[in-house]
Design a protein around this ligand. Sequence first.
Ligand code: DGP
Length: 147
Amino acid sequence: MNMIYDPDNIFAKILRGEMPAVKVYEDAATLAFMDVMPQSPGHTLVIPKAPATNIYDLPVEAAAAVMRTVHRLAPAVQAAMRADGIMVCQYNGAAAGQSVFHYHMHIVPRYVGQSLGNHGSGMAPAETLKAYADKISAALAAAGHAD
Ligand code: DGP
């Protein structure tokens, strides 16, 4: 059985503006911001604005909205970070590695010969995240997606 959505989880607080985040993109249904514990430079998260713990309680409309934003952002992250590849993934339940219980998708730049950093460890400085976010926003704007 899935767990009950906790409206005080950290991503819900970011959505309400109660906690800071380095944002890169927002539309009516989704928000994208830099992962504060990046597994590689440019690690970005996309979340639905609808409350959902994980894929089990995520409405299909919200799932589509998240994928639409991931589809926009992944090429921008790739271009901005000059990544060799982009990993897109998400975890459902603690046993799968989920640690924040508001549904989210990871966009993680990958580089030939570079192994991935540990999941959810090591905080990046805000100014570093801001520099990456600015590059990604510029790449989005260049692709005509600056909303
Ligand atoms: P997961 O394990 O899939 O639930 O991933 C949660 C991710 O969220 C993990 O990569 C670290 C990141 N994270 C945790 N707390 C915060 C936070 O307060 N702000 C931001 N931007 N990211 C966070």
